[in-house]
Write a protein that binds this ligand. Structure first.
Ligand SMILES: Cc1cc2nc3c(=O)[nH]c(=O)nc-3n(C[C@H](O)[C@H](O)[C@H](O)COP(=O)(O)O)c2cc1C
Length: 402
């Protein structure tokens, strides 16, 4: 059953319907809480993550509170939220970030995200660790799809993937460079997702899953849900998650590899996981078209700085040579406005849409994207800024050095 939803702030042209569950999502925190209740703990912990003590995750979110918005009065116009990313128009400056393994969260996984992201008028970045093949995702997509590449250890091995992704019609390659080893996790359940080859390992899920019968039934019926179709055995069959993660033993390339990969791909290249001005300049030197300033959502180096605090110096280092995107810690529309004012062309959201997917499936993702759009609109009205293209540092007060 669907009903029209109401909320505190509605955009003038917002008319479509969403399900009752999606209607209950009014913020990132709502989606987070609904997901926490719906998912077995081990799966929830996989999404929430945070490396070691969770310091980077906390500080990355809190960094947005360090930036204040400075309003201008006497301006009352509907702001223009649209921009372009690598030449593709987006209706507001938010993309959905690559998130591997989300078919465990909802069997419609990345295909649902493709539909919701396209309907919202923006771009999906599909993870190498997708539960649906790029061909299936492209069939569901109504907007551009970028493909995120985990480096498989050599340019030669990456070649087959790259050719397949290109043939399927991905608009850009997003190479993640920030996770040279498997991410260290400390909290008891974390990093112990039951991807193993035996059903004995999967039994670890049982005590939790029994208490989440709805999730369990859908997980059990989704027979292909534990496969990674972007990885194939020699006989052409898709690999199981476990084999696919082993195939990615080396996850990050050197800068020489990046340059070689770029030649092989011969299309728009985005480098994800840059945190310093030096690395931003290196990305330009190897011919990247865009960078994502990111600390992997606080999931990699626990003492890494918040990506928002490093954005300004990366923007200054590259000037107009490449587009600069940001992710990590974005939780609401005003966070997006702050990042754009500090020089980002757009942001990527990760947990926000993954939680919304867990909470209410495709409609949940659509709802959270609508919330972001509405929130950005509201914030722009409040600060008296007419378009995201006009957002700059004059609209914010940030700590020294940001
Ligand atoms: C469940 C999950 C899976 C992820 N998988 C990938 C991945 O396969 N490749 C990648 O580059 N980043 C991956 N990320 C990181 C996101 O792309 C993004 O950098 C991060 O989530 C942004 O932070 P946020 O969650 O605070 O928005 C993943 C994040 C989550 C939450």
């Amino acid at each position: 059953m669907t009903v029209r939803y109401m909320r505190y702030y509605r955009l003038p042209d917002e008319e479509h319907s969403v399900s009752r569950r999606a209607q209950r999502i009014e913020s990132h925190d709502d989606a987070h809480e609904m997901a926490r209740r719906r998912l077995p703990r081990i799966v929830y912990e996989f999404v929430e993550g945070g490396s070691e003590r969770g310091r980077a995750l906390r500080s990355t979110v809190e960094a947005f509170d360090e930036v204040e918005l400075i309003p201008r009065m006497g301006i009352f116009e509907q702001p223009e939220l649209g921009t372009t990313v690598l030449g593709h128009p987006v209706s507001f400056p938010v993309l959905t970030a690559p998130a591997g393994g989300i078919r465990l969260i909802d069997p419609a996984g990345e295909a649902a995200v493709a539909r919701a992201t396209g309907a919202a008028g923006t771009i999906q970045v599909l993870s190498t660790m997708t539960g649906f093949s790029i061909e299936d995702v492209m069939a569901s997509a109504t907007g551009p799809v970028f493909f995120q590449l985990w480096y498989p250890g050599s340019v030669e091995r990456a070649g087959e993937l790259i050719d397949r992704v290109k043939a399927a019609g991905a608009s850009a390659l997003v190479l993640t460079i920030d996770s040279p080893i498997r991410i260290p996790r400390e909290r008891s359940y974390r990093g112990r997702l039951p991807l193993g080859p035996t059903s004995v390992r999967r039994l670890r899920l049982a005590p939790d899953a029994i208490r989440r019968p709805r999730w369990l039934a859908r997980y059990a019926l989704d027979r292909d849900g534990r496969q990674m179709p972007m990885f194939r055995h020699e006989n052409g069959e898709a690999m199981a998650m476990w084999d696919a993660s082993k195939a990615l033993a080396a996850r990050t390339p050197t800068w020489d590899d990046v340059a070689e990969l770029h030649d092989r791909w011969n299309g728009p290249l985005v480098i994800k996981g840059v945190l310093t001005a030096d690395d931003a300049r290196r990305a330009v030197a190897v011919g990247a078209d865009a960078i994502v300033v990111s600390n992997h959502g606080g999931n990699f180096l626990d003492s890494a700085p918040p990506s928002l605090s490093m954005l300004g110096q990366c923007v200054d280092a590259v000037g107009d040579d490449v587009e600069v995107l940001l992710d990590s810690g974005v939780r609401r529309g005003s966070d997006v406005v702050k990042a754009v004012a500090l020089g980002a062309r757009a942001v990527l959201i990760g947990r926000s849409y993954v939680y919304a997917l867990a909470a209410a499936g495709e409609e949940g993702v659509r709802k959270i994207l609508d919330l972001y759009r509405g929130d950005i609109h509201k914030t722009m009205m409040c600060i008296g800024c007419r378009s995201v293209a006009e957002l700059d540092r004059s609209y914010i007060r940030a700590p020294k050095g940001w």
